[in-house]
Ligand binder design. Structure first.
Ligand code: NAD
Length: 475
């Protein structure tokens, strides 16, 4: 099928590569001319396992093209996906300007029958806004307003479909190729029925094992995406609150995680305590859902608490560092392993590491950083994050080798659970540090193993594993 994807970001690139890989003829459009040039020169602007090989193979096979020419791209696709960013707006609502600009661009150029698919995460009612924009654009081109389902000779017609994306960064290609579910929201009119048939045809190769498609109305599809992220964010914040309590009452949250995860009603996924969630989705999507509810006169109390807990959790390691070293940290140096908001990505958007780095720099500390893939991105975002702190950026250094980042550091801080950090040479860590302590923000290590190596250990919700005299606890 002929498919156009608007937006060559994490979602747009993965969607383009995967749809091309199953045999579709895909054109991917982005307004960022440099990004398109880079892609056309064989570069891959993001790190995502498996993506580079897919892009290369499908470009070589002639099934995938990149362009910044809207005319070419919109003329190409019978299905046109909008996968542009929807960042948090100033008032906390999702900022729809990129989605609406893409819709306008489609409306100004579409011919024949076009299925316009919103893949970006967008608030309830956005597909209807896109429909109005497309209608207006056709009107401006001198066509009669295209009522859904009506097709006259030479009259472009369209149907707007909501097809939210559930892929996880770090496993995006695998998630897209083997989705848990494919949510498709359509209108109940004739154009919607036609659009649904095309969407089913497009996704049929992903349904060979069993049917994964869930068909629903537009608004329910849009809401499903927010509800999913709200649920996942809630699990993380609840687990973090329990972990903080575990620290106070002498409980190992890792044991508890396994104890509750074994219950099939709960399950093991998304139950890790740590330094809070980040990334380009949960923070803005939780906030946008809260704003949607505000608009309807409803307060989402649970989600407000989720957000508050997450905000506080990003400082949990700072509290532990100050508890150990005292609040006067000036002149100290900390090594940090892991900068990306989670493993297997270079995405630094809302990464908890940024909050801790800034807090440490504000306190006069030096930081020595390592990440297997996110150092380039980190360099860019930290330059901006620390721009208002005199000599802030000078107190940040990057190390290509994780162990080298330890040299002369007072302590090691773990912020991302990359597999490369899972089984380190603890003796070398001890040798490199001035104080033998690891602050493990992702509970990667077994406190006993770390202890046996002569290192002290501070995880999140794991004090019981270390405190043998229970009088030290607050109970
Ligand atoms: N990143 C994820 O893990 C993920 C997962 C599921 C859903 N989503 C949602 O998907 C959407 C895209 O997210 P992302 O992370 O891929 O964003 P991104 O910032 O990585 O990429 C967005 C791309 O869109 C381009 N763009 C913006 N306006 C444009 C326009 N008018 N025409 C053409 N290109 C335009 C930008 O230049 C950029 O390359 C968001 O709504 C996000 O919430 C993201």
């Amino acid at each position: 099928m002929k498919v156009t994807i608007i937006g060559a970001g994490y979602v747009g690139l993965v969607t383009s590569a995967c749809l091309a890989d199953i045999g579709n003829d895909v054109v991917c459009l982005d307004i960022d001319v440099n990004k398109i040039e880079f892609l056309n020169a064989g570069g891959v602007p993001i790190y995502e396992p498996g993506l580079q090989a897919l892009l290369l193979a499908n470009r070589q096979a002639g099934r995938l093209r990149f362009t910044s020419e809207a005319d070419l791209a919109i003329a190409h696709g019978d299905l046109v996906f909008i996968a542009t960013s929807t960042p948090e707006g100033e008032d906390g609502h999702a900022d729809l300007k990129n989605v609406l600009a893409a819709a306008q661009s489609i409306g100004a150029r579409m011919t024949g029958f076009t299925v316009v698919v919103t893949k970006s995460t967008v608030p309830v009612g956005t597909a209807e806004k896109v429909h109005v924009l497309l209608d207006d654009a056709l009107h401006a081109r001198g066509f009669a307003t295209a009522h859904a389902g009506r097709e006259e000779k030479g009259q472009p017609t369209f149907s707007v479909v909501s097809n939210p994306e559930f892929l996880k960064e770090g496993a995006a290609v695998a998630d897209f190729m083997r989705p848990d579910r494919i949510v498709i929201g359509t209108t109940p009119d004739a154009a919607g029925v036609r659009a649904l048939a095309l969407m089913r045809q497009l996704y049929a190769p992903f349904n060979r094992h069993h049917e994964r498609t869930l068909c629903m109305d537009l608004r329910s599809a849009e809401f499903t995406k927010y509800a999913a992220n709200a649920m996942l964010a809630t699990r993380i914040s609840l687990m973090n609150e329990l972990a903080n309590l575990a620290d106070k009452v002498g409980v190992d949250i890792e044991r508890v995680r396994q104890g509750i995860g074994a219950d099939p009603r709960i399950g093991f996924g998304f139950l890790y305590a740590g330094t809070g969630y980040g990334g380009s989705c949960f923070p803005k999507d939780v906030q946008a859902l809260i704003r949607t509810a505000d608009d309807c006169g409803q307060t989402l109390k649970v989600l407000q608490a989720v957000q508050e807990t997450n905000h506080a959790q990003k400082s949990i390691l700072l509290e532990k560092i100050e508890a150990y070293f005292g609040s006067e940290l000036q002149g100290r140096t900390f090594a940090m392993w892991g900068l990306a908001f989670k493993p297997n990505t270079d995405d630094m958007r809302e990464a908890p590491s940024r909050v801790l780095i800034r807090a440490l720099i504000e306190r006069g500390v030096r930081v020595q950083l390592h990440d297997p893939v996110a150092m380039e991105q980190a360099q860019q975002v930290l330059a901006l994050d620390l721009a208002d702190i005199a000599d802030g950026a000078q107190r940040v250094s990057f190390y290509p080798q994780a162990l080298n980042a330890l040299n002369g550091a007072d302590a090691l801080v773990i912020m991302t659970e990359w597999t490369a950090y899972r089984s380190p040479d603890f003796a070398a860590i001890k040798q490199g540090l001035r104080h033998p302590i690891i602050f493990d923000g992702r509970n990667v290590y077994d406190p006993e193993v770390v202890g046996e190596a002569g290192l002290q250990y501070e995880g999140v919700g794991r004090r019981c594993a270390l405190v043998h005299d229970k009088k030290e606890l607050n109970i």
